[in-house]
Design a protein around this ligand. Sequence first.
Ligand SMILES: Nc1nc2c(c(=O)[nH]1)N[C@@H](CN(C=O)c1ccc(C(=O)N[C@@H](CCC(=O)O)C(=O)O)cc1)CN2
Ligand SMILES: [Mg+2]
Length: 297
Amino acid sequence: MSGDNIIDGKAFAAEVRARVKAQVDRLVAEHGLKPGLAVVLVGEDPASQVYVRNKAKQTVECGMRSDEIRLEATATQEEVLAVVDRLNADPGIHGILVQLPLPDQIDESAVLDRIDPDKDVDGFHVVNTGRLQIGLPALTPCTPRGCMMLLHDRLGDLSGKHAVVVGRSNIVGKPMAMLLLHANCTVTIAHSRTKDLPGLCRQADIVIAAVGRPKFVQGDWIKEGAAVIDVGINRIPKEDGKTRLVGDVDFEAAVGHAGLITPVPGGVGPMTIACLLANTVTAACMAAGIPEPQVTA
Ligand SMILES: Nc1nc2c(c(=O)[nH]1)N[C@@H](CN(C=O)c1ccc(C(=O)N[C@@H](CCC(=O)O)C(=O)O)cc1)CN2
Ligand SMILES: [Mg+2]
């Protein structure tokens, strides 16, 4: 993959992490403030274990404190809430993330809403959701924030562009639509009941695929020159019995139509963790009542 229209999310995420590290270095040097991120993992989901390990590694590489809290898959709601309460009260922890999905016995929204909104670096708490909705400063969900960074980097001003968001989840589709709206896009949210989805996508200057179905968005749904951001991470079986990762877009078919497109892997995924680190710096600065250090390059 080497076309000019293919966005290298891995390289861009490395740049974001370098900026975060420079910010952290200044916070430590000028304010004695070392941001801390705690990640809570309940159970042994293999993909979640990899993501949590990568988060901890990248947090430390950026010079921040990293706490990893692991609970058995059989943990009770009370046990998970007790961990969140303890982290809420820890002044050295500025960001808390509970890795999703949670086991079935746990009420996900009750856990997410127990996190102190000022430490909610996932931006999933109802307070941050509401703040985003009405345009107040908010901790913003990491994946949509990463998508916006990629779009602004390659397209600059997004005003007046028609964006179609395929998917209406609370963690990607809805906040994504809100961020695009705040960037003055005309936004359509499409979902399983949308009529003529191919025709709708063909009108879009920007297509965000966040539906959770492998290769769902077809190549001929993409208008010539449109930007295609693929949020999907689907593992599909290969003939040799192993699995491979594909997005929600049929990449091979879409790449010939798109003006810009993110691959899977190596597109949006790496931006999610980079934005989590950036949100942790934001949360630490908010807690200390100091402005975020501005770093160049
Ligand atoms: N509390 C949260 N849970 C989950 C989130 C989240 O933002 N907050 N998002 C996903 C998982 N996720 C981070 O937690 C995540 C997913 C994918 C990647 C990534 O870098 N993907 C790579 C491929 C990695 C692979 O081979 O599996 C890529 O796309 O290039 C990072 C983070 C659900 N849970
Ligand atoms: Mg549940």
